[in-house]
Design a binder for this molecule. Structure first.
Ligand code: SAM
Length: 242
């Protein structure tokens, strides 16, 4: 199935495959609102595959003790490789991503690249993580959603997929709203206001009620720079703005 783009051209659905021990967690939040509608209309597709299906023996074992000792369990390389290789039979093109606190921090630039491609295959870890050898042998790109540790990679996979899906053509109603969003040109977004005009003694900045589009655009750009300078000076430095 393909979906029409803004230009009328047909685009194949963007495909997300998740390798997880908890496939029943999907689509979860991804089945709601914009991403859910886009899933229903075929703009993207989702396949959650159970790593347990590739587990060993009667008990479908997927983990073992860490080599060298220490706490916790590690997902076995042979089991995870079998899950990846089977998924690759139907999904040979998409990049393999392992959600990991040790990975490259996820940014809007990475999201843009992934959304522009055919899709993603996302490996969600559990326990202490995955045997390093399978990550290397299957060329997994490690991506982190932040400097904190989750109990599993499923929520992280959802974050990554949601961020990609909303960039697909036809998902967000006014695509112009994407262009002004936080991180699009290295800045955070300006603040928003709506009715009522006055609330608990607080008013909307006068310029936004002026109807003067040039002044409004200038105010918003100035606010973007002010907010970014206050909250994320690192972004301002990267964007090369003084
Ligand atoms: N022992 C690992 C460490 O200290 O780096 C943490 C393992 S964590 C309990 C289990 C799984 O959750 C990981 O394999 C990974 O898939 C996922 N995870 C946890 N925090 C994450 C984060 N910040 N970003 C992406 N994935 C994360």
């Amino acid at each position: 199935m393909s979906t029409p783009t803004a230009s009328g051209a047909q685009r194949a659905p963007w495909r997300a495959t998740v390798l997880t021990l908890f496939p029943e967690m999907f689509p979860g939040p991804l089945g709601f609102s914009l991403s859910g509608q886009a899933l229903n209309t075929g703009i993207w597709s989702l396949s959650a595959r159970n790593i347990r299906d590739y587990g060993l023996g009667k008990h479908k074992v997927v983990d073992d003790h860490p080599a060298g000792g220490g706490p916790g369990m590690v997902m076995r390389c042979d089991v995870v490789a079998a899950a990846i290789d089977d998924a690759r039979k139907v999904e040979s093109e998409v990049p393999l991503i392992y959600m990991s606190p040790r990975g490259t921090p996820l940014t809007q630039a990475i999201v843009r690249d992934l959304a522009a491609g055919p899709g993603v295959m996302v490996l969600a870890g559990r326990f202490e993580g995955v045997d390093q050898r399978v990550l290397e042998a299957r060329h997994a790109q490690e991506i982190s959603i932040g400097d904190y540790v989750l109990s599993g990679g499923e929520l992280a996979a959802m974050v990554l997929i949601d961020a990609c899906v909303r960039l697909l053509p036809g998902v967000v109603g006014a695509e112009s709203s994407l262009a002004e969003e936080s991180f699009e040109d290295g800045l955070l977004e300006y603040p928003h206001y709506t009715r009522p005009r006055e609330w608990e003694g607080r008013t909307i900045p006068e310029v936004l009620l002026s109807g003067d589009h040039k002044r409004i655009a200038e105010w918003r750009q100035a606010e973007r720079i002010r907010v970014t300078r206050e909250r994320r000076p690192d972004l301002l430095a990267k964007a090369g703005k003084s």
